[in-house]
Design a protein around this ligand. Structure first.
Ligand SMILES: [Zn+2]
Length: 366
C-alpha cells in the first residue's frame, strides 16, 4: 500500500505545484544570470563554494556583478535558504567538459558543525526533491569530483573535502538522498547518453562477459499489459518465435513477474511515473506488492535483475530489452552491472519497454 500512498502524494505535489511540506529550506527565485546558453540537464551536481564563511547571499551578490561562474542554485550556510540564481535550462560553467550535462547547486561553506549539520539535512532534502521532481534516482546525482573524473576539463574535487572536514562522505550523502527518496537504493551512475542499453563509453562490450558453458538455471518471466492482461509466461529465451521473449511488441507494460527454479532472482522495475521501485524476490500472481514488480497502470521503462546462486555454483542473470521507439534489442546486461561491468539495467528511461529476454547461466550465450 505504501506505493499507492506515495503516488497520491506525487499527484498532490503536481496539482498544487509547490514544494512538498517536508521541506524546511526556503527556496527563493532570484535570477542573476541567464547563463551561457541552452541546457537540457541530465544530472544534478553538488558543489561547495570553497569560500569558508561566505554566505549564499554573498554569492548571489557576487554573481549579480559577474556571472561568469554563476551556478543554478546556492544554499545558505545553515541550509535555511536556497537561492535559485540561474534557470535550470541555462548552461553554467561549473564542471568543465561536463557543463552541457549538468545543473547544480553550491553549498555555502559552513564554518561550524551546527550549521553544517543543518545544511547537510536540508541539502539531502533539496537534492531528493530535485531528483524526484524530474523522475530521477541517485544515478543522476553527482559531486563536482564525479564530474571531473567523468568528463575532465576540471580538477575540482568538491564537496568531498568539505564533507570530510565534518566527518561525512559523499557516499553517505547519496545514501541519505536514496533514503529520503524512499528506496534506500544507491544506484550506479547513469550512462551519459541516458540509455541503459547502449552505453559504450567505458570501453565496455558484451565480450567482457565470460562465455556460458551452456548450463542454465531455468528462469520464468512474464510482462503484464498496461490496462490489460498478463502476456504468456516464457521460460529462458529464444530468438526464433514469440515464445522467446516476454511482452507484447509495441505495447507498454506495468508489471513484471520472474522467478528461477533454484537460487534467488531479485528484480525491480523503473517506471516513467515513479522511477525505480522496490526490489522484489518472490513471484506470485496474487501478490502485487511482493510477488511482482511494478505499479498497476504505470509504464515500465527499465528493468534491473540480480541473481543469487544457491550454493557453490556461480551464475548470473543475463537480460536485454527492446522499447517501442527503437529497433532491435539493446545490449545485454549482466546482473546489475556490478559483477562484470557493462550496463546496469535494461531499457531506456522514457521509452516503454516492450520485450524482455532473460536467462541465468555462468556466462553470456551471445
Ligand atoms: Zn565545484
Amino acid at each position: 500500500m505504501r506505493r499507492f500512498r506515495w503516488i497520491a502524494a506525487v499527484a498532490v505535489l503536481a496539482a498544487v505545484a509547490v514544494p512538498v511540506k517536508a521541506e524546511a529550506y526556503n527556496q527563493v527565485t532570484d535570477y542573476v544570470s541567464s547563463g551561457h546558453g541552452y541546457l537540457n540537464p541530465q544530472y544534478l551536481v553538488i558543489h561547495e563554494t570553497a569560500n569558508p564563511g561566505a554566505s549564499a547571499w554573498n554569492h548571489v551578490q557576487l554573481w549579480s556583478r559577474d556571472d561568469t561562474y554563476a551556478v543554478n542554485y546556492v544554499m545558505e550556510l545553515d541550509g535555511s535558504t536556497v537561492y535559485h540564481t540561474v534557470p535550470d535550462n541555462r548552461l553554467c560553467w561549473q564542471v568543465g567538459n561536463g557543463n552541457g550535462y549538468v545543473y547544480g547547486i553550491e553549498l555555502a561553506h559552513a564554518t561550524n558543525a551546527a550549521d553544517f549539520s543543518k545544511q547537510w539535512n536540508e541539502a539531502v532534502k533539496w537534492a531528493g526533491d530535485q531528483l524526484r521532481s524530474r523522475g530521477w534516482d541517485t544515478s543522476r546525482l553527482l559531486s563536482h569530483y564525479d564530474c571531473s573524473q567523468r568528463w575532465g576539463g576540471s580538477d575540482h574535487t568538491d564537496p568531498i573535502g568539505y564533507f570530510r572536514s565534518y566527518g561525512k562522505t559523499w557516499a553517505q550523502f547519496k545514501q541519505a538522498v536514496a533514503d529520503y527518496l524512499g528506496s534506500g537504493y544507491v544506484a550506479p551512475i547513469a550512462p551519459t547518453d541516458g540509455n541503459g542499453g547502449t552505453y559504450g563509453g567505458s570501453g565496455y562490450s558484451s565480450s567482457a562477459f565470460p562465455k556460458s558453458s551452456g548450463a542454465c538455471v531455468n528462469v520464468h518471466y512474464a510482462l503484464h499489459n498496461r490496462g490489460g492482461d498478463w502476456n504468456s509466461e516464457v521460460t529462458n529465451f529464444n530468438d526464433s518465435d514469440e515464445d522467446g521473449f516476454a511482452g507484447m511488441p509495441y505495447g507498454s507494460h506495468d508489471m513484471l513477474i520472474a522467478w528461477a527454479d533454484t537460487g534467488t532472482l531479485r528484480y525491480r522495475v523503473h517506471t516513467k511515473e515513479s522511477g525505480w521501485l522496490d526490489w522484489v524476490q518472490a513471484a506470485s500472481y496474487s501478490d502485487s506488492v511482493n510477488g511482482m514488480a511494478g505499479v498497476w497502470g504505470q509504464t515500465i521503462d527499465g528493468v534491473q535483475m540480480y541473481y543469487v546462486t544457491e550454493s557453490g555454483d556461480y551464475r548470473q542473470v543475463y537480460y536485454r530489452s527492446q522499447d517501442v521507439d527503437h529497433a532491435g534489442y539493446w545490449s545485454e546486461v549482466c546482473d546489475d552491472g556490478t559483477t562484470y561491468g557493462g550496463d546496469d539495467y535494461a531499457g531506456f528511461y522514457g521509452h516503454a519497454l516492450d520485450r524482455l529476454q532473460v536467462y541465468i547461466s555462468d556466462g553470456t550465450r551471445r
